[in-house]
Design a protein around this ligand. Structure first.
Ligand SMILES: Nc1ncnc2c1ncn2[C@@H]1O[C@H](COP(=O)(O)OP(=O)(O)O)[C@@H](O)[C@H]1O
Ligand SMILES: [Mg+2]
Length: 1021
């Protein structure tokens, strides 16, 4: 790079020598600082201009880009100086800058007395570029332009005539640094040691190119060199043509959901650092053939959604499934090699972490590598990815440490003692070594050029920082007041911070001093510059060394600035705003934002919402008793926690629920108690504890009824009738369904806070109660419920279908015909697109049960497989356990069909024992007993008939308040089968006749079919 003053002779002539000297000295000094910041290897004042060399003596990947940055920064400095010169001297000061790239010979000239220099034709050509540059401009040669064309904006090429060439050559004016983040490594010393680590990474990169990607975990304590290894890996990957994407986890953002995964996807899809509208366009191009709803979900995840377009109404589980599918497809479709780097995974937020696991699963099938750095304390799932490679970084050994210090300090004999002291303290931690060197430089103990220091102090008289924190503290103390303020404010923002946000804090930010003190680096060079702390420990020390009260101030102002930065969608940032306000000690405000964050997350990730409610709860609990809002603030998050416990499967049923009950009783807040209790009902029911669920359900129902709030009662009817139906409490189920139908008064959507259309479910539960009790009208209820649900939302429809067939088919009331299978398959598809994981499993159960009841073999085979899969899912997830018992009964039936009667019977007895224990003999216990009896009779071993008889009698003896038609019809069927086995043909024939007649009277389709196969001959099964 050459820079020269335009018409310097005229300026020289117009000024006195003193003033000329002053101006030139100022220009040279400012330019020197700039080129140093961008890592120039050599800087020289040539008398009337400046020369700087990038990429030598230290080879830098991005030397051309650095030179461009430096050239623009020098022009900026020059124009600042020019304003002053214009004012004071009435003269126009302007620079021309020229850049050229090429091979030069660089090194000590001659004996070394001439110093380091570069020679070669490219040098002269750079000077020529400078001479054709417009005043105030920067001109690039063709060779430089080619190196930077992707990261800067250039004007159209111009043909220029230069001295010594006959033909005109092409030159490009540098307009600006590109919008895309220019990748800029630091100017840093050579990598010391880490040979096998890098060899391992090289080998894995080669394998990844071949399509066998992998996940690499780089682990080690702070400062050991993880990020350095990551940078080296990035450089090695870039050399092989990999695209490299970075993302960073932040220590203060662990409770901010989606941060990391969203950032990684943003850089990966090229929509980072642009306007939301532009980003949406870019995304459209990036993932073109994608379902429009899925695209909305993706935009929302990336934080670039159009706030005026509503999100699809789906459950967070479905959102997660669909996003995972989209992201995996995009990742799998990628044919160009990519390296994803996730830095500091010990600070990853839980939601990103769990989404990353899904992504990592497909990496082995792609030409990509994921490199994750973390400290040893991290024990999360990203470290337990199957088949990942682990690189644990140990401390540098003595000889490596000596080499590192030689590179940092140089080889002057005077630094020998100091080097030994630092080596001893640093204990093989390169960051510690570097920080101590910097500290000694700033203290003036070390003088001279970087890497060629001289030490004039006797080491024995020196105080040496004992810890790396102490070294950093000393460095911060030495900053000027404004620079320290900048550093403090930045440390509150995070490890990376934008100049814009600092400006919003109305700080006159002093970046230059921080940059030259090597406390921060600039990482984005566009107008909205971004900086990063050189190391997370520097941020931590800067943060910790402030007075608490000062820090609180920053947090408070930052919360406001963040809120104002996106006035249209503050909810997106609610979690981070809450964190800042909490750190500021504004507890009421922080509470409010935590609750808002939870509300925002409820439709996105229920565990994220859960965490926000927990944080809100903790704040409320810490409020003093005299706070008038304390009680209501303690109740609200607890209500949500208990109300949603079933969705996250966290047990709050003991003390935590009791605590809420007491709070609600104290304040008379019955609505909250009803909602929380309903949540507990579902929690217990899905855990298979039907008795407890049923008891709680009666409680909640009484509370809801006493409030006289129709919407609340109707809305809760879905969770509350669930255990009643499962417990075989049919009159209760009927009464509550009826009440709900009356209250809703034809409005399908009344009380739709849990399910879109509670009324359609009420029709199906009334149908269920009606047919079990042998009452008329159930067919109309079934039709009515399905019709209404079909017109409501898809998810209500799927649930309604489930509620119709789940009991209907096994109980023998509905036939498992093709139409039913079709309808259930539709419901399953809908559940997969919009329902939670439990709904999907539940729909799977119903499909499986329908298929094993189907009369064709292929369907039955499919059902059998599905049944086994679903049983496995429920078992592993420990949910829908009461359905699992019925699944087990039919799995047993399939076992018996294949001849394994013994295992089948064992399984059936276990399932029935559990049904008895939970008081479900009159619900799933009826068909389960039916299966047991048939299987026993089929096996026909000694005592089997007696066991079958005992099972029948047990079912017959369960007290029930009413006549139970559903039990009666099964008893007829089972007693007929027993009679046949005993050879009592007359009784058999009589019972079959009664059985058929009853089935026909009540319209039980399944039983009608079964009765038909029993004929009158007594020989068919
Ligand atoms: N093997 C090495 N050779 C030279 N410098 C190193 C080496 N390892 C680390 N460093 C330097 O030490 C400092 C701390 O390393 P860094 O990678 O940031 O640590 P970590 O990420 O493990 O906290 C960085 O400035 C880095 O360049
Ligand atoms: Mg690091």
């Amino acid at each position: 790079m050459f820079a020269d003053v335009v018409r310097s002779m005229d300026i020289a002539a117009a000024l006195d020598v003193e003033r000329l000297r002053e101006i030139m000295a100022e220009l040279v000094e400012r330019s020197a600082a700039v080129v140093q910041r961008y890592g120039a290897g050599k800087f020289e004042y040539t008398g009337d201009g400046l020369m700087a060399l990038f990429g030598a003596p230290v080879a830098l990947e991005d030397h051309a880009f650095r030179a461009c940055l430096a050239a623009l920064a020098i022009q900026e400095e020059a124009s600042r100086l020019a304003t002053e010169v214009q004012r004071r001297d009435g003269l126009t000061l302007r620079l021309r800058v020229g850049l050229n790239s090429g091979r030069v010979i660089a090194g000590e000239l001659g004996s070394g007395s001439l110093g380091y220099a570069a020679t070669g034709e490219p040098i002269g050509f750079a000077k020529r570029m400078e001479s054709v540059s417009p005043p105030g401009g920067v001109m690039l040669s063709e060779s430089t332009a080619r190196l930077v064309e992707n990261s800067v904006r250039l004007a159209e090429p111009e043909w220029v005539h230069i001295k010594g060439a006959h033909e005109p050559v092409r030159a490009y004016r540098l307009v600006a640094i590109g919008a895309r983040e220019g990748r800029l490594g630091r100017a840093e010393a050579d990598l010391i040691g880490r040979r096998w680590e890098m060899a391992a990474i090289d080998a894995l990169l080669d394998r990844a190119i071949g399509g066998r990607g992998c996940v690499v975990n780089v682990m080690g304590p702070a400062g050991i060199g993880k990020s350095r290894v990551a940078r080296e890996a990035a450089a090695a990957a870039a050399r092989r043509g990999f695209e490299v994407f970075w993302t960073f986890c932040e220590s203060h953002a662990r409770d901010v959901p989606f941060g990391v995964v969203s950032r990684l996807l943003r850089v990966g899809s090229g929509v980072d650092n642009v306007d939301d509208g532009v980003a949406r366009e870019a995304l459209r191009a990036f993932v073109s053939d994608i379902d429009p709803q899925d695209r909305l979900l993706l935009e929302d995840l990336l934080g670039i959604a159009d706030p005026s377009v509503p999100l699809p109404q789906i459950d967070p589980d479905a959102r997660r499934r669909r996003l995972t599918a989209v992201i995996n497809n995009v990742t799998l479709a990628r044919t160009a090699p990519a390296l994803y780097i996730i830095e500091d995974a010990h600070w990853i937020d839980a939601v990103s972490e769990s989404m990353m696991v899904d992504l990592l699963a497909v990496i082995p099938r792609t030409p990509s590598m994921v490199l994750i750095t973390s400290r040893p304390e991290y024990d999360g799932v990203l470290k337990q990815v199957h088949g990942d490679e682990v690189i644990a970084l140990a401390a540098l050994d003595d000889s490596d440490t000596a080499n590192l210090l030689a590179a940092l300090l140089g080889s002057d004999p005077s630094v020998g003692d100091l080097s030994a002291v630092i080596a001893d303290r640093a204990a093989g931690n390169p960051f510690f070594a570097e920080e101590m060197v910097r500290e000694f430089v700033q203290r003036g103990v070390l003088t001279g050029e970087s890497g060629q220091y001289i030490c004039r102090t006797n080491v024995s008289e020196l105080s040496v920082p004992v810890t790396v924190q102490a070294a950093i503290e000393a460095r911060i103390d030495r900053l000027s007041g404004p620079a320290r303020q900048t550093l403090y404010a930045a440390s509150v923002i995070g490890a990376r911070f934008e100049s814009e946000l600092l400006a919003a804090l109305s700080i006159g930010a002093m970046f230059d001093e921080l940059l030259s003190a090597e406390l921060i680096d600039q990482v984005r060079f566009t107008a909205d510059a971004e900086f990063a702390f050189r190391h997370p420990l520097i941020r931590a020390v800067a943060y910790e060394s402030q007075l608490k009260s000062d820090r609180a101030q920053w947090h408070r102002r930052l919360a406001t600035a963040i809120e104002e930065s996106e006035p249209d969608s503050p909810e997106e940032n609610a979690a981070i705003i809450a964190e800042h306000l909490q750190a500021a000690g504004d507890l009421h405000a922080a509470y409010g934002w935590h609750m808002r964050a939870a509300a925002w997350a409820t439709s996105r990730d229920i565990s994220a919402a859960w965490r926000s409610w927990e944080r809100a709860r903790r704040i409320a609990d810490a409020l003093p008793d005299y706070d008038p809002e304390q009680l209501s603030m303690r109740i609200a998050p607890r209500t949500m926690l208990c109300g949603n416990a079933w969705r996250v499967q966290i047990d709050v049923s003991g003390d935590r629920f009791e605590e809420l009950r007491q709070l609600c009783t104290t304040t008379g807040d019955k609505a909250s108690l009803a909602i929380a209790t309903a949540g507990m009902v579902l929690y217990q029911a899905f855990k298979g504890r039907i008795r407890e669920a049923s008891r709680l359900s009666s409680e909640a129902w009484a509370i809801a009824e006493s409030l006289g709030d129709a919407a609340l009662t109707v809305g809760l009817s879905f969770p509350l009738t669930y255990p009643k139906a499962h417990a075989g409490e049919y009159s209760e189920t009927l009464r509550w369904s009826q009440r709900c139908i009356d209250l809703a008064d034809g409005d399908p959507f009344l009380g739709n806070f849990i399910l879109g259309s509670p009324l359609s479910i009420a029709y199906t539960t009334r149908a269920y109660a009606r047919y079990c009790l042998g009452l008329r009208g159930w067919q109309a209820d079934v039709r009515h419920g399905l019709d209404m649900a079909r017109r409501a939302d898809t998810f209500s429809y799927a649930t309604t279908v489930a509620y119709v067939y789940f009991p209907g088919i096994p109980q023998g009331v509905l036939a498992a015909d093709d139409r039913a299978v079709q309808e259930i398959e539709d419901a399953l598809r809908i559940a997969e697109r919009s329902g939670d994981d439990m709904a999907v499993a539940f729909s799977g159960v119903i499909l499986a049960l329908a298929l094993v009841h189907h009369h064709r073999d292929p369907e039955r085979e499919r059902g059998q497989k599905l049944l086994a899969e679903i049983a496995d899912i429920l078992e592993r997830g420990q949910h829908n356990l009461s359905e699992l018992r019925l699944v087990d009964a039919y799995l047993a039936r399939e076992l018996a069909r294949r001849g394994d009667h013994d295992d089948a019977i064992r399984l059936l007895f276990t399932a029935l024992d559990e049904l008895v224990r939970e008081g479900q003999l009159l619900s799933w216990g009826i068909p389960a007993t039916g299966v047991l009896v048939e299987t026993l009779l089929d096996r026909g071993a000694e005592g089997d008939v007696a066991k079958a008889e005992a099972a029948v009698e047990r079912l017959a003896a369960v007290p029930a308040g009413d006549e139970l038609a559903i039990r009666e019809i099964w008893l007829l069927r089972m007693r007929a089968l027993l009679a046949r086995v005993r050879g009592d043909d007359v009784t058999y024939r009589n019972l079959v006749g009664e059985y058929r007649a009853m089935a026909e009277t009540l319209g039980y389709e399944g039983h009608i079919n079964w009765a038909a196969t029993m004929g009158g001959s007594g020989s068919t099964h």
